[in-house]
Design a protein around this ligand. Sequence first.
Ligand code: HEC
Ligand code: HEC
Ligand code: HEC
Ligand code: HEC
Length: 124
Amino acid sequence: MELKTEKTFAYCLAALLLVVGVVCYAAFPQEKPEDPIRIMLKSAGGTVLFDHKEHASEDGYGFDCTECHHLWENDGAKPEACGECHEVDGEDPMKRSDAFHMQCMGCHEDDGTAPVECSVCHAF
Ligand code: HEC
Ligand code: HEC
Ligand code: HEC
Ligand code: HEC
């Protein structure tokens, strides 16, 4: 092959591989992880960043799922969002933001070393 045709061939090959790569990426999107890693909790009090993975994993603080997903029966289905029962403007059981606040603060107070200063959680 002449140098010029060789170059054209190389460019075509590169373009082809790029197309193949894009198609494969679109066809097999990354799977959603099983459990959330970090969650943004939003309400009138602002946004609180919750490190779910750190709280729930063995290498982290190692809490059992049911410690927080308190009515979950571990029956194969994923735990529901708290708001499924604790509605934003609900009263019974308590509304969503109060349910979060009480659970987060309650455990942190019992723990003794976990943060209870408003600004650590309400950082945004
Ligand atoms: C320290 C408390 C805590 C622990 C421990 C915990 N979670 Fe969560 N989890 C939460 C909070 C808070 C949310 C946010 C719920 C919401 O947005 O209403 C959540 C959300 C979830 C969600 C998403 C629910 C949805 O539909 O939005 C799944 C799934 C989940 N947790 C699974 C698990 C599993 C499985 C475990 C145990 C391995 C676990 N969690 C342990 C507090 C916890
Ligand atoms: C399937 C419905 C349901 C889901 C989902 C749910 N809750 Fe509850 N929650 C209740 C009910 C009902 C009560 C009142 C009776 C009780 O304590 O079991 C309650 C009570 C509470 C209480 C008060 C406990 C006490 O000691 O008085 C807190 C705090 C709370 N929930 C937080 C949460 C948080 C945070 C989540 C999500 C991680 C969550 N709940 C998910 C139904 C639910
Ligand atoms: C069952 C107990 C428990 C519950 C419920 C809990 N935490 Fe924690 N949290 C801890 C412990 C333990 C630590 C680590 C303390 C330490 O480092 O010594 C911690 C640390 C933290 C920290 C600082 C380090 C980090 O991981 O970013 C933040 C912020 C935090 N928690 C937010 C929350 C929020 C928001 C919620 C409610 C959605 C929540 N926590 C619910 C026990 C809990
Ligand atoms: C351990 C984490 C944490 C700490 C510490 C904390 N909060 Fe919260 N707070 C939350 C979460 C989670 C929510 C619900 C989601 C949100 O408002 O972003 C919340 C909600 C609120 C709300 C909204 C209530 C509503 O009805 O909408 C106010 C106001 C609030 N917090 C004030 C405070 C004040 C004041 C302090 C300090 C005394 C404080 N918080 C400490 C996590 C925390």
